[in-house]
Design a protein around this ligand. Structure first.
Ligand SMILES: Nc1ncnc2c1ncn2[C@@H]1O[C@H](COP(=O)(O)OP(=O)(O)OP(=O)(O)O)[C@@H](O)[C@H]1O
Ligand SMILES: [Mg+2]
Length: 477
């Protein structure tokens, strides 16, 4: 009996019979026997079985079997039509995965949107506090740290959206060490006290083309897994070193061509993994953790990021002997490249310009209004974009600029911008958004929007953007 063909099967097995072909080709002879007895009693059988090919490969088959009878009606043979559905099943699994990822994307999008609004409120209040206290006050330092943590949180939300929707390339040449150190600093407080965190940085690690938040995500995921694997105590070692490959290197999911790489290793002394766990760890939703404890997405995210960066992951692990993740990032061809911090500048102040400000989140609107008014602008705020449009229609010349949120129910920021620009094409419009799809970005460009601010944006970013609109750049811009 072969795949895709029909062939008669032996009806019954006698005691002492030698091995049959069916014993060799069916992985689960129990399931095969069940199908055979079903066809003998019912006359037909339809279902799926697993077979082995001659060279030992596993194939899934869909069988449709019929009992053949002789002229007296006695069972004579089974006509089995088996179709190889291995590829079909793989495709089905891929579609199911894609659907699950889509569901996750929608969920992540919803959470990210709300989370961005919360972050905007936190950042706005930090900004307000910064403006309210003298610039040499001791608390300024804490507020600056809190603000940069919020920025990082905002970037992570972006990454979640990127992972489940459309990636936008934000990679720049950077040195890994400061980024890894910063991530570990954040992480240290969350690790159990008995976990010894060791770091080792080799000299001359080449710069790579990367996105700092994604590097953060890699560290966070690997270190969190390591910490779970070690329970309360153990050693977590994070290393960076330069590597030159003369021959290709096979990673867990990709092969690296010869060349120069920056290698990041995260090694733990935890429980380790057996071969069958190891074979699946990069798959989305694969987890050995109890329900509710892990989603199985941590390493899938790491894998996605590393793949996007043109790198590869090598995993070494043995039960009871700990685990080592080695991540190779291709070097960029420059000697040193570091992410330059934004220059600190004195915010440009307004001179009574009138701003139409639209955000469906009342708390953000109130806060932004307060801040902008404190910076010398006059603000007409609306939570309903249609009210805002009506106000603009009535007195279009009363406004000098429009700042609008993008994601609003019923009428999006882009629709509002389009309607406003139709009334007065020269009014500068700034769009604020937590996540813009490339097509929305294109629409924004086509409409001629002056700036797109990412939400959550700091008070500074909003004030600087207005400064630019009115030709008043910050002092050392
Ligand atoms: N350092 C490690 N030591 C031992 N096992 C690990 C280690 N890292 C990952 N694993 C195994 O790989 C599985 C998948 O890891 P992954 O990070 O993708 O998901 P998770 O940690 O289970 O859940 P999530 O990260 O979504 O909360 C884990 O459940 C665990 O079995
Ligand atoms: Mg994890």
């Amino acid at each position: 009996m072969e795949r895709g063909r029909s062939a008669p099967l032996r009806l019954v097995r006698r005691r002492g019979d030698g091995p049959e072909t069916t014993d060799l080709i069916y992985r689960d002879t129990g399931a095969f026997e069940e199908a055979r007895s079903h066809v003998l009693t019912e006359g037909t059988w339809a279902g799926e079985l697993t077979q082995f090919t001659k060279d030992g490969c596993e194939v899934a088959i869909e069988g449709s079997w019929t009992l053949m009878r002789d002229s007296q009606g006695r069972p004579q043979s089974i006509l089995a039509i088996n179709t190889d559905i291995t590829e079909k099943k793989k495709l089905r699994a891929q579609i199911a995965l894609a659907q699950r990822m889509e569901g996750l994307g929608t969920l992540a999008g919803g959470i990210a949107h709300d989370f961005n609004n919360i972050l905007t409120a936190v950042m706005g209040n930090i900004g307000l506090a910064q403006l309210c206290i003298p610039s040499d006050h001791n608390a300024q330092k804490n507020l600056a740290i809190a603000s940069s943590a919020c920025t990082r949180a905002g970037e992570l939300v972006q990454r979640i959206l990127t992972f489940s929707r459309c990636p936008e390339n934000q990679r720049i040449p950077l040195l890994l060490q400061p980024v890894v150190e910063e991530a570990l600093q954040l992480l240290r407080s969350t690790l159990p006290a008995m976990i010894d965190l060791r770091m080792s940085w080799a000299p001359d690690i080449p710069a790579i083309l990367a996105d700092a938040s994604q590097i953060h995500q890699i560290i966070m995921n690997l270190a969190t897994n390591a910490s779970h694997a070690m329970a309360d105590h153990g050693t977590l070692t994070v290393r960076l070193e330069p590597v030159s490959l003369d021959v290709p290197l096979a990673g867990a999911s990709a092969e690296l061509p010869p060349g120069r790489y920056a290698k990041l290793s995260v090694e733990d002394t935890g429980c380790g993994m057996n071969g069958s766990t190891l074979a699946h760890i990069l798959e989305p939703f694969f987890t050995t953790k109890a329900p509710g404890r892990g989603t199985g997405l941590g390493l899938a995210v790491v894998h996605g990021i590393v793949k996007d960066h043109g790198g590869a992951i090598v995993v070494t692990s043995r039960p009871g002997a700990g685990t080592k993740f080695e991540i190779y990032f291709p070097a960029v061809d420059i000697r040193t490249a570091a992410k330059t911090a934004l220059p600190l500048a004195e915010p440009p102040l307004g001179r009574g310009e009138r701003i139409l400000y639209v955000d469906d989140e009342a708390s953000i609107l109130a806060l932004s209004k307060h801040i902008l008014e404190g910076c010398g602008y006059r603000v007409a705020g609306f939570t309903d974009p249609l009210d805002a449009l009506r106000a603009f229609q009535t007195t279009p010349d009363e406004f000098d600029a429009v700042l609008t949120d993008f994601a609003m129910p019923q009428f999006s920021g882009l629709e509002l911008a389009e309607s406003i620009l139709r009334i007065r094409s020269t009014i500068p419009v700034v769009l604020m958004s937590g996540h813009l799809r490339p097509e929305d970005r294109q629409t924004a460009q086509r409409l001629g929007l002056r700036e797109i601010l990412r939400k959550p944006s700091s008070v500074g970013e909003m004030v600087y953007a207005l400064g630019r609109l009115f030709g008043r750049p910050a002092k050392n811009d």
